[in-house]
Write a protein that binds this ligand. Structure first.
Ligand code: AKB
Length: 313
């Protein structure tokens, strides 16, 4: 069973590719990079994940059975260039779905993972799985449209496509870039380098968050679940914790007492204000036994443990 990962150099791809290689064998996971190829890149290809012909040829060359289609533009970058966000996020998804549909007609299945986001959801506490979806960002619009599209391809063509509404993912392997939840990564760089950080979101801005280890595990667990367990074919709500900038700063201060946070909200505040404060992910917990391991305390300890030596080297 061979796996293709698009957007392999991105925040999720950088951690999902090694996890998949560890689980399924190095020879079975092909990473598609756009331009930047990391040193330890294993079997990989370079090209544009929006190029349908390229995807078709890779899927046939490696006899791919599963695609993790991660390529995408995040919320903050998407608000700065909505056309780019629309073209990348929607165009490449439609291509993958059409390839899966064509393959099915020849009797071959392609299982697909596609990431949605909390950006699809309204600004509520304990936001339910099924609720009104009227996002105000282009990123959110592409996520809602994408969720409806994947549900359509599942219902009409029987494509086995699965999806998660990722919360803010906290990770140390790639630097933050392009997201609204990125303050919760950048804060660690500030704390370790300068003992201070100016948050672009104001105090009290609660957002759902998760440590990347949990995010990667959730992704693989969803993809491994028996199809009969998957009751949601748009995208599953997924969460671990919910916190605001002052709370993560206080956890960091327990370990770096000189650390100080200050606040200078920018255009990303408006994006964060339109997103859920917390999430009800009981459907994922019930259907395929989702459980998170990392709370805020464990997340902060692990981030500092890994990032400190990395920033010194
Ligand atoms: C972003 O901030 O854009 C992403 C997300 C929550 O989808 N991290």
């Amino acid at each position: 069973m061979k796996i293709l990962v698009t957007g392999a150099a991105g925040q999720i791809g950088s951690e999902l590719v090694p996890a998949l290689r560890e689980k399924y064998g190095k020879e079975n996971v092909i990473a598609l990079y756009h331009k930047n190829v990391p040193e330890d890149s294993g079997i990989h290809e370079i090209g544009d994940a929006g190029d349908k012909k390229l995807l078709e040829s890779l899927i046939s060359k490696y006899d791919i059975a599963t695609v993790y289609h991660l390529v995408g533009i995040l919320s903050a970058k998407g608000e700065q260039d909505p056309d780019l966000a629309y073209n990348v996020n929607m165009g490449s998804l439609k291509n993958i779905l059409d390839i899966a549909k064509d393959k099915k007609q020849t009797g071959k299945e392609l299982r697909v993972f596609w990431p949605s986001s909390i950006a699809a959801l309204p600004p509520l506490y304990n936001t339910p799985q099924r609720t009104v979806l009227e996002p105000s960002t282009m990123y959110g619009v592409t996520k809602v449209a994408g969720e409806l599209l994947v549900n359509y391809y599942f219902k009409k063509y029987g494509i086995d496509i699965r999806s998660l509404r990722y919360p803010g993912l906290i990770s140390w392997k790639t630097p933050p870039g392009g997201g609204t939840t990125d303050y919760a990564i950048a804060i660690f760089y500030g704390a370790l380098k300068e003992k201070k950080y100016t948050s672009f979101l104001k105090a009290g801005t609660y957002l759902p968050m998760m440590y990347m280890d949990d995010g990667v595990r959730a992704t693989i667990e969803l993809m491994e679940a028996d199809p009969s367990k998957i009751s949601i074919r748009t995208s599953y709500n997924l969460t671990a914790v919910s916190f605001e900038p002052g709370e993560i700063a206080a956890e960091i201060k327990k370990r770096i007492p000189e650390f100080e946070i200050s606040y200078k909200p920018d255009f990303r505040q408006q994006i964060a204000d339109s997103w859920p404060k917390s999430i009800d992910d009981s459907a994922a917990r019930k259907d395929w036994n989702w459980k998170h391991n990392y709370g805020l305390n464990e997340m902060v300890s692990d981030m500092l443990k890994h990032l400190e030596p990395m920033l010194k080297s």
